[in-house]
Design a protein. Structure first.
Length: 229
C-alpha cells in the first residue's frame, strides 16, 4: 500500500498553537477531508504531561506545563529537538496501533543509523534508545482511529533542561542527543531530510511538502465512513 502524506514544516512554533492545530487536523482527517499529514516542528521550552503522568516527576515549575491526551508520563520539548506529529488514519491500516508504533520506531532508528548512531527499541520501554541512553521519546493519542501527538528526537537539545523533570519516570541523566553521541554539532535541518525518507519507507508513503495555508487547498467534501468508529 503506497499512499500520499502531506508534509508541513512548522519550523519553531508555540506548543499550545501546535496542539490546537493538531486537534483541528484530526477532525478534518476523521471526516476524510484531508489525506494523512506529518507535521515537523521545534517548540520553545515546555513540559508536557501525558495521561499517566505523575506530578512528582515534575521537579521544577519554571517552564510552561501542559496536560495533554497522549499516552505516557512527563517529557520536555525545546530548541534543538525535532518533533513529529503524524496525523494518520489507521482505518485503512487495519486499526493497528501496535504496528503504527513500530513504524514510528523504525523511522527514528533508520534516521539515526544514517548518522552512524546504533539505536533500537527496548522491550517494555517507550521511545528509542542508544544502549541505556534515551535519544527519542514517543507518545501518541488516537481519536476516531486518527493519530496525533507523536515523537521527539533529541538532535542538539540542551539536555540540562531534562533536569526539570524525571523524563517518563526515569532519572534525567539517561537522556542523550545526536550531538552528544556524535561529539559534534548537528542541526535539525540536516536531520529533517533523512527523517523524511525514513518515514516514507516505514509508512510506505510519499511525502508532499505543503504549507499550513496550503492544507486548505487539499480539503475534500465530507465522506461518510462505513462501520462504527
Amino acid at each position: 500500500m503506497t499512499t500520499e502524506t502531506l508534509l508541513v514544516d512548522l519550523e519553531t512554533r508555540d506548543y499550545r498553537e501546535t496542539l490546537e492545530l493538531q486537534r483541528r487536523l484530526v477532525e478534518l482527517r476523521a471526516q476524510a477531508r484531508l489525506p494523512d499529514l506529518l507535521l515537523l516542528v521545534e517548540h520553545p521550552h515546555v513540559i508536557t504531561m501525558g495521561k499517566s503522568a505523575k506530578p512528582e516527576n515534575i521537579l521544577s515549575h519554571t517552564l510552561p506545563i501542559y496536560e495533554i491526551e497522549r499516552g505516557g508520563d512527563v517529557t520536555y520539548h525545546g530548541p534543538g529537538q525535532l518533533v513529529g506529529y503524524p496525523i494518520v488514519d489507521l482505518s485503512p491500516r487495519g486499526k493497528d496501533i501496535r504496528t503504527y508504533l513500530r513504524s514510528l520506531e523504525r523511522t527514528l532508528v533508520e534516521t539515526l543509523a544514517s548518522f552512524g548512531i546504533a539505536a533500537e527499541r527496548v522491550e517494555g520501554r517507550t521511545g528509542v534508545w542508544v544502549g541505556q541512553r534515551k535519544i527519542a521519546s514517543i507518545g501518541v493519542a488516537v481519536r476516531s482511529w486518527v493519530t496525533f501527538h507523536g515523537f521527539a528526537l533529541n538532535v542538539s537539545t540542551d539536555l540540562s533542561y531534562f533536569s526539570t523533570i524525571n523524563p517518563c519516570g526515569f532519572d534525567s541523566a539517561i537522556m542523550t542527543s545526536m550531538k552528544k553521541e556524535l561529539g559534534r554539532e548537528v542541526s535539525t535541518l540536516e536531520v529533517k531530510a533523512t527523517l523524511e525518507r525514513a518515514f516514507e519507507k516505514a509508512f510506505e508513503t510519499t511525502l508532499q511538502l505543503t504549507s499550513e495555508k496550503g492544507i486548505m487547498d487539499f480539503q475534500e467534501p465530507t465522506v461518510e465512513r462505513d462501520g462504527p468508529r
